[in-house]
Unconditional design. Structure first.
Length: 391
């Protein structure tokens, strides 16, 4: 997350927190990086002065903070402290290190199907906890999702509101980000958990395509498309496209629940990750994995290490000039033929592969020894015959 130096007009201390940097500014106020006396870092949002003078906003803000305290889930930034009675109300949440989903896609390009599904599954599970607390986020979008080392985190519940509340702060003004708002938000209808499902669908489409499913344009154009036009999902992987399209249904009743979405995305993430792993060539796998694949692959021949051990074992008994005993059908009391009777063999392993004639592969060293013995014996016999003829 980009940080900026504090400006002259920025406070240096808010509550028990010392402010260090600016993290950003939005429609509700400015977010700062702060820390308490123990060194715990927080993201602290201070409300704009004009909103602080609005008693209706203060009342709503107090209810939102109360609802945020009830949220229990590993996929959200935990609320640490808040002061609703201050001249400028503020609240502090756990600081989450890491880039936003928006920045990651903008810098590195679209995510794979497995990556997008894994992030979506975690976010869906987080929304389950949010909705169980009676809260709807209402502004879920790539810039409000931080990719921490421990997984994605949903931030900025600044405009979150209780289930069933209207999306209008003032008449004709929709709260949220064009392109990620649900149709019911644009119309000013009541928000429900399905509202966040629509926004999550648009966010997943962005993660998979690198672009908004409703294109670009002015706020009015974007809002019109959200209400009246179908999302453009060209570029979304086939594994994700049907589920993303279901999330972007115009009718909230036709969208999947966050629980259904979480389970389905987990299945897709597991399948895509497994398929991608099996689809790699051995050369593309990590070295340890590639070695394991090569060892498990049947080759129809002994590998070099096994060949050397086998040759050494046979050479030990070559002085008797006897062929190695066969491994099949040993008689009672006969020589044992399993791998445990050979140097380097392991108990319980099957005998090594045979040639097409049913015999073990020829041992070059043993053949040379036999040939040498044969030549020496022949020379001795010939010398003996010649000696006899002389007498």
């Amino acid at each position: 997350m980009a940080m900026m130096r504090l400006r002259r007009e920025d406070p240096r201390v808010v509550g028990s927190f010392r402010l260090h940097r600016r993290l950003g500014a939005g429609g509700m106020g400015v977010v700062y990086l702060g820390s308490d006396r123990r060194g715990q870092r927080v993201a602290l949002k201070v409300i704009r002065p004009d909103l602080a003078e609005d008693q209706e906003f203060r009342s709503r803000f107090a209810r939102e903070v109360s609802a945020a305290r009830r949220i229990r889930g590993g996929c959200t930034a935990r609320l640490v402290a808040a002061d609703l009675e201050a001249e400028r109300p503020w609240f502090a949440t756990q600081y989450v290190p890491g880039p936003s989903l928006h920045d990651k896609v903008a810098e590195e390009g679209p995510l794979t199907a497995a990556e997008a599904a894994a992030i979506g599954a975690a976010l869906s599970e987080g929304l389950v906890a949010v909705h169980e607390a009676g809260v709807v986020h209402r502004d879920l979008k790539p810039s409000n999702i931080l990719l921490s080392p421990k997984g994605p985190r949903i931030i900025d519940f600044g405009i979150a509101w209780a289930t069933g509340a209207s999306t209008l702060t003032h008449v004709g003004t929709a709260v949220g980000s064009p392109g990620f708002l649900a149709p019911e938000q644009v119309r000013g209808a009541a928000v429900t958990p399905a509202t966040d499902v629509f926004s999550l669908g648009a966010t997943l489409a962005y993660a998979a395509m690198g672009d908004s499913p409703f294109g670009h344009g002015s706020s009015e154009v974007m809002l019109y498309r959200v209400v009246h036009e179908e999302a453009q999902l060209r570029g979304v992987p086939d594994a994700l496209a049907p589920l993303v399209r279901a999330c972007l249904a115009k009718d909230p009743e036709e969208r999947p629940s966050t629980l259904q979405l979480s389970m389905r995305l987990k299945e897709i993430a597991a399948r895509e990750a497994q398929g991608g792993l099996h689809g790699q060539a051995p050369e593309a796998r990590p070295p340890a994995q590639r070695e394991r694949v090569e060892l498990d692959r049947p080759t129809g021949r002994l590998d070099d290490r096994t060949q050397r051990y086998t040759e050494a074992g046979r050479a030990t008994g070559a002085s008797a000039a006897r062929p190695a005993p066969r491994t099949g059908g040993s008689r009672p009391g006969g020589p044992r033929s399993n791998a445990a009777s050979r140097p380097g063999g392991r108990p319980g392993t099957r005998p090594g592969p045979r040639t097409s004639g049913g015999l073990r592969p020829a041992n070059p060293r043993l053949l040379r020894q036999r040939l040498t013995v044969f030549v020496l014996v022949t020379l001795i016999v010939l010398l003996g015959i010649a000696a006899v003829k002389q007498f």
